[in-house]
Design a protein around this ligand. Structure first.
Ligand code: KG4
Ligand code: ZN
Length: 343
């Protein structure tokens, strides 16, 4: 079965073709990052317009790369939520239009289920069950995963997502959007011993997160230094390092706790922040001591992409899920409400 995957939930137009026998056979991505950077964050209306401009050319490109015509596909899967409603509508309406024209089924899939299963596209995918840490710009969640659509939420952020905290810290340090990779780069030159930022909610039981206090702490640290004059490059790097250490430590502590609580030995880490190298190093170190193993998507599948959407669509259709009669664009959609594929 060959499935075209379409991702337009935020600021990346992603298109891919997943073949259930051969794996991923084409994959293309257009990032709107530079367009939004000027405004310091995603501008929803600009995002929708850009998806409209880029989606059909990208679909043409992946079909050419795979040497296929549209009517040789077996299905289309698109991101139906969560995300920006206008951006989602572009993917949903294009998918329904093309599926109608090509006479094939179309299925709306959950964006975070895409992230969650992105490591399945790698050479050594994890077996079920596992614990998943989903860390993106909009979500920070720990989920117990027993199979496709069998998700139990263990904990989540009560305020900002980890990626969002990275983006806000970046702004305070005059770094461009999106801030995660920029903060990580600046932190490389930072002295980890100069400042120690709090590790929120780690001193009490439970698996929830909170990152908004860390943001305030970053701001007050920067302001205090600014009283003596403008921040030096070293000051900025030291703050970035302290911030990154605090986020990573917090995520590592909660992952360890989630593995202990569930008794599971596999950890999947996915979503934009899972691209962070220091996070990967520290998680690997922490969990090998527990004889557990971590699984990550390759770098470009950590952030938004069409491949993970094509993969989820293919798995759900293979398991007997029927296509959607109605077009779906759901901005808020909790992952834990998903169910196994229903024929
Ligand atoms: O999954 P994603 O592409 O979009 C959402 O679904 O939200 O995640 C984007 C987020 C942004 O907040 C970005 O700053 C963060 O992931 N990010 C990183 C890194 N690369 C991307 N955060 C920390 N370190 C990185 N290397
Ligand atoms: Zn995402």
């Amino acid at each position: 079965m060959r499935v075209l995957g379409i991702e337009t939930s935020c600021d990346e137009t992603g298109v891919a073709i997943y073949d259930t026998e051969r794996g991923l056979i084409a994959d293309a991505l257009h990032s709107q990052m530079t367009m939004h950077a000027e405004f310091g964050g995603v501008v929803p209306e600009l995002a929708s317009r850009d998806h409209t401009r880029k989606l059909l050319p990208l679909i043409r490109q992946v079909l050419d790369d795979a040497g296929l015509r549209g009517n040789q596909l077996d299905a289309i899967a698109y991101t139906a939520g969560p995300g920006l409603v206008g951006a989602l509508m572009v993917g949903a309406s294009t998918s329904h239009g093309l599926a109608r024209a090509w006479g094939i089924p179309v299925l709306g899939v959950h964006h975070m289920e895409g992230h969650l299963l992105a490591p399945m596209l790698e050479d050594t995918p994890p077996d079920f069950p596992f614990v998943a840490l989903l860390v993106s710009g909009g979500h920070t969640q720990l989920v117990e995963v027993h199979g496709l659509g069998r998700y139990r939420l263990l904990g989540e952020s009560v305020d900002d997502a980890a990626g969002e905290a990275f983006d806000k810290a970046a702004k305070m340090l005059d770094l461009p959007y999106p801030g995660g990779p920029q903060v990580a780069k600046l932190a490389e030159h930072g002295d980890p011993a100069r400042f120690r930022f709090p590790r929120p909610m780690t001193d009490r039981p439970g698996l929830d997160f909170s990152f908004s206090g860390l943001k305030t702490h970053t701001l007050t640290t920067a302001r205090k230094l600014q009283e003596a004059g403008p921040l030096s490059d070293q000051d900025r790097a030291d703050i970035a390092r302290a911030f990154e250490e605090a986020v990573i430590d917090t995520l590592v502590i909660k992952c360890r706790r989630a593995l202990d609580d569930t008794g599971l030995k596999r950890l999947v880490v996915a979503g934009g922040v899972s691209a962070n190298h220091r996070l990967r190093e520290r998680l690997d170190h922490a969990i090998t001591k527990r004889h557990a193993q971590a699984f990550y998507p390759r770098g470009r599948f950590c952030t938004d992409n069409g491949a993970m959407i094509a993969y989820v669509g293919a798995q759900r259709l293979l398991a007997g899920e029927s296509d959607d009669a109605a077009m779906q664009a759901t901005p808020r959609w909790p992952l834990a409400t998903l169910t196994p594929p229903a024929a």
